[in-house]
Design a protein around this ligand. Structure first.
Ligand code: JHZ
Length: 435
């Protein structure tokens, strides 16, 4: 067994223990009725993806016959501030204490974060200054900082990953980020000139506690750089598979600015990047209001009515249409005697396979390059996860690109498959190459 797998396997015992205690609770125990950004009541459902297993709760072969946890996946809108969020909260300790997603699994994402760290640390970190990353994962981003005169500290609750970060030379506190922890970091290490939080704000239920933590940790002239997938693109492109229990919030600019303002933080700048299906990088500082360009984002969001339930009707209709079309496509390929494999076992893949009820009869296995995932199975639909070498052995005719956000990197890796005429399509049925 590889070290990554051994640790994940070991921590699975904790997951099982937690899962059996949670299994006795009811839906009402997980429901949240007030908005995470502005605390208003009265959230309105805009999409329902049914009962879904936690997307990263991969199964070992010996778990396949055991009952699995499923939780409601209901997407709701706050009519007050426009925050889109899940109506139910799966306990964070179940989702994040042992984590199977590693930032280093994508070269393109590693380069993206290295760019962020170098730009932001040049701008905000004086000699001897401190950079704190929340949700630092395996330390990839912090390790990319080459400056010897900057101090770095990661914070990530996943114990298996904190070990990997430490091995990379990135000191990591393996805890959830809270105001209490922020005070302790500030007391021991001093205020942070730069706080980075990429793809993690959406994971946290109590955003007030996190913002209080930002406020006490941040140095007077420091900055917080937050990256989150952008709601506008999720809706425009029908990226329903990015909706899963780990992602409690789906940010647009207005609700994020509202949240930060409530805590004496000013959203100064918003930049757009294509990664993860459309991402915004938001820079916040001490203060109030928003920067002039940020106001333009807010005006555009208000013009398109992102805080009104009607704006989401075409999105919900496209999600249902995509499901029907994807299943029809897989059935047709099966009828033609073609072999189809999934590519990537991302959290998104679990959502697609379970929402569309795609079992091993239509898609017998998925390929993933992460050693810790190989040999395990997709929750709910149970496809085994094979390493990329299986492509040569299995010689599929087509692949369903579940990790569609890494299309370029995967296409480079699988150039031989494409050269031989292999078909690649995504759950949203964009044809990437054809026979
Ligand atoms: P990927 C992640 O979601 C995790 P996920 C997280 N929840 C988050 O917030 C979002 O990102 C934004 C594999 N792969 O990045 C590796 C290959 O097999 O889409 C991964 O298992 N071959 C924090 O889980 C998966 O695909 C390759 O060449 O949806 C990609 O997962 C490459 C590049 C990746 O994340």
């Amino acid at each position: 067994m590889l070290p990554q797998q051994a640790l994940a396997d070991h921590l699975r015992h904790d997951y099982d223990a937690l899962a059996s205690s949670i299994g006795t609770q009811s839906e009402a125990d997980w429901e949240r009725k007030s908005c995470r950004a502005c605390l208003a009541d009265g959230l309105v459902e805009i999409l329902n993806l049914g009962q879904m297993p936690p997307a990263n709760s991969l199964l070992r072969p010996q778990d396949l016959s055991k009952p699995e946890l499923r939780f409601p996946l209901s997407l709701r809108l706050c009519g007050q501030c426009g925050m889109v969020q899940l109506g139910h909260v799966v306990p964070a300790s179940l989702l994040f204490r042992s984590y199977l997603f590693f930032t280093s699994s994508s070269r393109a994402m590693s380069e993206h974060f290295a760019g962020l760290m170098s730009e932001a640390s040049d701008r905000y970190v004086p000699p001897g200054g401190l950079v704190v990353e929340i949700g630092s994962n395996d330390g990839t981003a912090l390790a990319s900082i080459r400056r010897r005169d900057a101090r770095v500290l990661g914070v990530d609750p996943a114990r298996n990953i904190a070990v990997m970060a430490a091995a990379r030379g990135v000191p990591t506190v393996s805890e959830f980020f809270t105001e209490t922890l922020a005070r302790e970091i500030a007391r021991v290490a001093g205020p942070a000139s730069l706080v980075v939080a990429c793809n993690v704000l959406g994971h946290i239920d109590d955003l007030d506690d996190v913002c209080k933590g930002f406020k006490v940790l941040l140095a007077p002239a420091g900055a917080i750089v937050i990256e989150v997938p952008y709601l506008g693109e999720l809706v425009d492109h029908g990226e329903y598979d990015t909706i899963y229990h780990e992602h409690l919030s789906y940010f647009a600019v207005h609700p994020l600015a509202t949240l930060l303002n409530r805590h004496g933080l000013r959203l100064e700048k918003v930049e757009h990047f294509g990664v993860h299906g459309g991402t915004m990088r938001c820079t916040a500082v001490h203060g109030d209001g928003v920067g002039p360009d940020v106001q333009k984002w807010i005006d555009r969001e208000s013009e398109r009515g992102l805080n009104r339930p009607q704006a989401y009707l075409p999105f919900a209709a496209k999600v249902a249409r995509d499901r029907t079309a994807l299943v029809a496509q897989l059935q047709e390929l099966k009828k033609q005697g073609k072999k189809v494999l999934g590519y990537g076992a991302p959290a998104k893949g679990t959502v697609v396979l379970n929402y569309c009820k795609i079992g091993a009869d239509l898609l017998p296995a998925v390929i993933d390059s992460t050693p810790a995932k190989q040999g395990w199975h997709v929750p709910g639909t149970h496809q085994p996860i094979w390493p990329p070498e299986a492509m040569q052995r299995e010689r599929p005719d087509a692949i369903l690109l579940l990790a569609w956000n890494h299309a370029d990197e995967i296409k480079r890796r699988e150039a031989a498959f494409i050269a031989s005429g292999g078909l690649i399509f995504t759950p949203h049925l964009t044809e990437e190459s054809g026979k």
